[in-house]
Ligand binder design. Structure first.
Ligand code: 4AD
Ligand code: MG
Length: 433
């Protein structure tokens, strides 16, 4: 009996049987009496072999003439073949065309980045992009598993918000009925703090937005962030959580996504070293490293992308940099009681030049100190009344951090640019497709 809806990844269960597999023509070649079609269906790749004697002349000719990305249904007998991609081959007897693709624009030769980005909707079908999407999915699952297994509750914050969270210079605004303006959220953190006071341990995980005016390989205008927030955690607890989390995500992905990492030709030697404890250095020590490397860096400035690379090159693991000057950090961060010029902040810098993947802090939990910070930053108090309430009714020390999903995908996959880590990237100069 011919069965339908069999995916390539499950063919091992059908050795010796005749099956029909539906998918797209990825590649083909021919050598005299034999035609080869490589079929892809998203779950894998399958080499289908048409012998001249085994099929009708029409099918034999069709196997030769069909264009790349034509959608087809292939029928044949499953054979084990160690050398074939995926380990199986199809001794094909049937070929049915669902939709013929003529002149598919992305051939298997090299194309320029802009061309590929313009055809992102089609580019997603290539083997490298499929591998990245699968790794992204596995990273998302590892993130959720980690927090779910530790008793965190997932909490979804709003995307339309009344105010800035991470500085007013990167806000996207939109008119909002009679209420004036709304802003696309830069971070779910402030809402996660309310959640932590209700549920103890929460995480938010969703899209966040920054009107980044810089064109870099690390910035998107729309990206996904996961943000845990924990009541009663101080900065040290926060760093403990961050390193355990990073180790779990990286180790899970490299042990389970070996095939996809191979497609990307990712050398995972350095990723394998991502194990607790991660090195922890203060901002002051980071400045010393910069000076030692000949950088003319002034204490008090924020670390730029190039500085982060120099610092992380001193370590073969992600490095945690803590206690930044409060002037370069967000208003909600608690000051270091031992030195009020410093914020109880931590950034985690990934190795291999990938820069900051995590930013976090202990939060200001004192009402008066937080109010002063809001005023000093000229933020509209009305929009933060609810946030101040959290410091009025049972305020406790609490901490959290945010991990950028796309920066993490870029690092784990070893990509040159963040634009390939999300299906449809949004950047200052691109909003299509
Ligand atoms: O350091 P950030 O701005 O921190 C926050 O938003 C805090 N509210 C997080 C928290 O404490 N709950 O952003 C966190 C992370 C960065 O480390 C980076 O990985 C990523 O988000 N990120 C971006 N990723 C891609 N494109 C951008 N424009 C990004 N901006 C930040
Ligand atoms: Mg940051």
């Amino acid at each position: 009996m011919v069965m339908d809806k069999i995916s390539i990844s499950t063919l091992g269960k059908f050795v010796g049987e005749e099956v029909t597999v539906k998918g797209w023509l990825y590649n083909k070649r021919s050598s005299g009496k034999i035609k080869f079609i490589v079929l892809r269906d998203g779950s894998g790749y399958l080499q289908c072999i048409y012998f001249k004697g085994n099929v009708s002349p029409e099918i034999f000719e069709l196997a030769d003439k069909l264009g790349q990305e034509s959608s087809i249904a292939v029928t044949g007998k499953v054979k084990e073949e160690k050398r074939a991609p995926g380990g199986y081959e199809l001794d094909a007897t049937g070929l049915e065309v669902i939709n013929e693709a003529i002149d598919y624009p992305i051939t298997l030769k090299e194309h320029g980045t802009e061309f590929l980005m313009d055809h992102r909707h089609l580019w997603l079908r290539s083997s490298k992009q499929v591998a990245i999407l699968k790794i992204r999915h596995r990273i998302v699952k590892a993130i959720r598993d980690f927090f779910d297994n530790k008793g965190f509750t997932l909490m979804d914050p709003p995307i339309l918000t009344p105010a800035a969270c991470e500085g007013t210079s990167t806000l996207f605004e939109t008119p909002y009925f009679d209420l004036g303006k709304a802003y696309l959220t830069q971070s779910g953190q402030l809402y996660a703090e309310a959640g932590a006071m209700a549920l103890g341990k929460v995480y938010t995980f969703g899209p966040t937005f920054r009107a980044e005016k810089s064109k870099t390989r690390r910035h998107l205008t729309e990206f996904w962030m996961v943000e845990p927030e924990v009541a009663f955690n101080d900065l040290n607890d926060n760093m403990d959580l961050a390193e355990e989390f990073l180790e779990y995500v990286v180790q899970t992905v490299i042990s389970e996504m070996t095939e996809e990492l191979k497609v990307l030709e990712r050398d995972t030697t350095k990723l394998q070293k991502v194990k607790r404890p991660l090195p922890r250095i203060s901002y002051d020590e980071a400045v010393e490293i910069l000076k030692k490397n000949g950088v003319d860096f002034e204490w008090g400035n924020d670390l730029g992308g190039a500085d982060e690379t120099i610092i992380s090159n001193e370590f073969d693991m992600p490095v945690m940099v803590h206690r930044y000057p409060s002037a370069v950090k967000a208003f909600y961060m608690k000051r270091d009681p031992e030195n009020p010029k410093l914020a109880l902040a931590v950034d985690v810098l990934a190795p291999e030049g990938y820069g900051e993947v995590i930013g976090g802090s202990q939060r200001e939990d004192d009402f008066d100190a937080l109010l002063k910070r809001i005023e000093d930053n000229e933020l509209p108090r009305e929009a933060f009344e609810w946030y101040l309430d959290l410091r009025k009714y049972g305020s406790v020390p609490h901490s959290g951090f945010g991990l950028g999903l796309e920066r993490t995908v870029s690092w784990i996959c070893g990509l040159d640019h963040i634009r390939e880590t999300i299906p449809f990237p949004r950047m200052i100069y691109r909003i299509t497709p």
